[in-house]
Design a binder for this molecule. Structure first.
Ligand code: PLP
Length: 482
């Protein structure tokens, strides 16, 4: 098994290097958009690599949108993507920050019950979830477990569920066994366990800028300082900037979502993920890889998580079903690498265990491929809804707004004209029972003041469009108020 994954790793480094070489040729603009690109056979011959390695390298470029495959004709240089639509990269402060977003987060959370159109929540439309199949799994399992159904599932969690998760990891190219996984109460608990396992109060952690506010809330709770890392809204963490940070500060951990970021939807290209892993490994800094939206990237390109490249056990990989299946089941997991024992002890101390009924029901639901079929349908729906919402928003948001569908996931990161206060917009909309997430929620330094995050895993009904028009109108009014 180990040799198999080692060979896989060597193959992967080969095609990543090759993809990088080809990417340089493309960025030098040596070939024009629309022109035919090198064929698989010619590439394999020229570089002295196997055909599968050549195909994998070309797929990396395809996944990055640099080339397109045409059936039976080969690869062509992709038409140029219109620039100026993506939100801009904002350079974060170069010093560590104390976090104080708790009050803002609690104020926004407290409004949730009254909200009718939840653009602010990063949760999928319940009507898109396989309710019947989940209920059937619950009923089957309740009958099977009988009186045991009300019991704890002790850490590390249900063995069958961990086997199913390990199988999914293996299919995705990551060597993880059931014995490496700890089931948690959602990703929130997994993040908390990971941070507590590797940090002490007063430590500095590196986060994406902008980053998921839950990480900031945990940092505030645990007394950690936060250093924001320059992050591109399309391609994620800027690795050279992180290298500079590592040279100046001793980071206790970096928290990142390289396969699909919240709030931007950025996807780090595979070669950058490899650079990130090797930088952090060299500096012996743990990477907490929050991979909640990792299964939502729609591409044929290889999509390995950083965990697949982990050679020294320094990556704590986190997943959950909250964003893709059933947020209220509170099931997540962590693959803590060399921090396994510490995380397991903390998991016991935190809450003794999870729900036997729910963990077994999830294993049952995953058993016949139900989860993957659901994910395929879910991705399709997200694509349709995102397209409709982006098209509508382009017509109603104020001139100067920058938005484009995210590289992955269902969150839309919108940059409004600088005169807009996203906090004011959020407050005004909440009085109409519409939620949006304002930019400052995603930054310890209160940055991104004119940014909004919109949830697009929502059925684009007439009511939703009417609410979106209100968002556009209130942003336009705010833009005029200077
Ligand atoms: C990136 C990210 N990590 C973690 C979480 C928390 O997930 P869970 O509901 O599984 O605790 C969220 C929820 O929005 C998230 O977006």
């Amino acid at each position: 098994m180990y040799r198999y994954f080692k060979n896989q790793y060597i193959q992967m480094m080969l095609y990543i290097d090759l993809a990088e070489k080809l990417r340089n040729i493309l960025t030098m603009k040596a070939i024009r958009p629309g022109e035919r690109f090198i064929s698989v056979r010619a590439l394999a011959q020229r570089e002295g690599v196997s055909m599968p390695t050549a195909v994998a390298a070309l797929r990396v470029l395809e996944g990055a949108g640099l080339i397109v495959a045409r059936p039976r004709s080969g690869y062509f240089v992709a038409p140029q993507v219109p620039s100026g639509l993506a939100p801009t990269r904002i350079i974060p402060p170069a010093v560590p920050q104390d976090v104080s977003i708790e009050a803002l987060a609690l104020r926004l959370f407290s409004q949730r019950e009254a909200i009718k159109v939840p653009f602010g929540a990063a949760t999928p439309d319940a009507s898109w979830m396989p309710q019947t199949a989940l209920t059937q799994a619950l009923q089957r399992v309740a009958r099977r477990l009988s009186t045991q159904a009300i019991g704890y599932s002790y850490p590390p969690g249900d063995a069958v569920l961990r086997t199913k998760l390990a199988y999914r990891f293996a299919l995705g190219g990551t060597a993880v066994g059931p014995e490496n996984i700890i089931v948690t109460a959602g990703a929130t608990q997994a993040l908390s366990l990971a941070l507590r396992a590797v940090c002490r109060p007063g430590d500095i952690i590196g986060v994406e800028s902008p980053c998921y506010f839950g990480v900031l809330l945990l940092a505030q709770q645990l007394g950690l300082c936060v250093l924001e890392i320059l992050t591109d809204p399309v391609t994620g963490i800027d690795v050279p900037s992180l290298a500079q940070i590592c040279a100046r500060h001793r980071l206790a951990a970096v928290v990142a979502s390289p396969r699909a970021q919240n709030p931007t939807g950025a996807v780090m290209p595979l070669h950058r993920r490899a650079e990130l892993v090797s930088l952090l490994e060299g500096a012996q800094i743990p990477l907490i890889e929050d991979d909640l939206y990792g299964d939502l990237q729609e591409t044929n390109a290889p999509n390995l998580p950083c965990k697949a490249l982990d050679q020294s056990g320094l990556i704590l990989h986190i997943g959950s079903i909250s964003k893709t299946l059933a947020p209220g089941w509170r099931i997540g997991w962590i693959v803590p690498g060399r921090f396994y024992d510490r995380v397991l002890a903390l998991r016991y101390q935190d809450s003794l265990g999870g729900s036997r009924l729910l963990e077994t029901a999830l294993a049952d639901f995953m058993a016949d491929g139900g989860y993957d079929r659901h994910l395929a349908r879910f991705r399709e729906r997200i694509g349709r809804s995102m397209e409709a919402i982006v098209a509508r928003a382009r017509g109603t948001f104020p001139p100067g707004t920058r938005l484009q569908p995210p590289a992955a996931g269902y969150l839309l990161w919108v940059e409004l004209p600088v005169s807009v206060s996203a906090l004011d917009v959020a407050d005004r909309l909440s009085r109409e029972n519409i939620s949006v997430s304002p930019g400052p929620l995603f930054s310890p330094s209160g940055g991104f003041r004119q940014f909004l995050r919109l949830n697009c895993a929502i059925e684009p009904s007439a009511r939703v469009f009417a609410a979106l028009d209100r968002v556009g109108l209130i942003c336009t009014e705010s833009a005029k108020r200077l």
